[in-house]
Design a protein around this ligand. Structure first.
Ligand code: ATP
Ligand code: ZN
Length: 213
């Protein structure tokens, strides 16, 4: 029986367009954007699943998908047993600590005993531990940047690209704790047929990337 690679991509969001574009540039055709959850390539042994990005590391760990594209921030935060096989160079962003603009920031020790709102409790918790700072982490799933203005927290730790969202919420970025880009992840154990397909795909991805540099 011939193998088919199952590849999980973000259905719609900041990873989607570049992920679809990457496969297009690799010459791998499939339909997307039709509202369907699944699409089979017409010219490569691959089947694509369209999911929320947060679900992708779990599906790859469980073997529902063989490969997936996610932000490194999400892959590391979730701590799933997956292997990073390639960095893709798009959806670049950073995870940073920000505080109200008027704060007299003297360094990370400023956060000792304070409340910090974030959607990344593990990444933040590890960073604070490394820095020897004890603080209260409030996990919230969205709109983290409004937490200080509603009195929920004294600082936030959130994804930043240009910084304009922070600015418009009266915050300033004071410390970057993690730099991220889109990565290709794979399940830990793959049979030889699937590994051969992945090698083929990786060769094409690297050629596309080399042509751009
Ligand atoms: P979903 O609905 O799939 O759960 P989401 O709202 O959680 O989507 P997005 O905002 O689409 O996620 O972000 C997906 C990933 O893109 C993030 O985990 C991060 O790696 C990256 N990212 C987030 N914000 C930016 C940004 N402003 N610029 C570039 N990349 C970003
Ligand atoms: Zn998400």
């Amino acid at each position: 029986m011939s193998s088919v690679l199952r590849i999980a991509l973000q259905k719609s969001g900041r990873l989607s367009e570049d992920s679809y574009q990457l496969f297009k540039e690799c010459g791998i055709r499939f339909d997307y954007g039709t509202g369907k959850l699944k699409s089979v390539s017409s010219n490569f042994p691959a089947e694509f699943l369209f999911l929320r990005d947060d679900d992708i590391p779990g599906y790859v760990e469980d073997g529902v998908a063989d490969l997936g594209i996610v932000g490194e921030n999400v892959a590391v935060e979730m701590g799933r047993q997956v292997q990073t096989i390639h960095k893709l160079g798009f959806s670049k962003c950073r995870l940073s600590i920000a505080v109200p603009r008027a704060t007299d920031w003297t360094g990370i020790q400023h956060l000792e005993g304070r409340n910090i709102a974030t959607s990344y409790p593990n990444l933040l918790g590890n960073y604070l531990k490394e820095q020897g700072v004890r603080a209260e982490i409030h996990e919230i799933s969205g709109s983290v940047e409004i937490a200080p203005s509603i009195g929920l927290a004294e600082a936030v730790c959130d994804i930043v690209s240009s910084g304009s969202t922070l600015l418009s919420n009266g915050l300033k970025e004071v410390e970057t704790i993690f730099r991220s880009e889109a990565i290709l992840i794979a399940r830990p154990e793959l049979d030889a047929d699937k590994q051969t397909l992945i090698d083929k795909l990786l060769f094409r991805i690297k050629s596309v990337q080399a042509a751009k540099n």
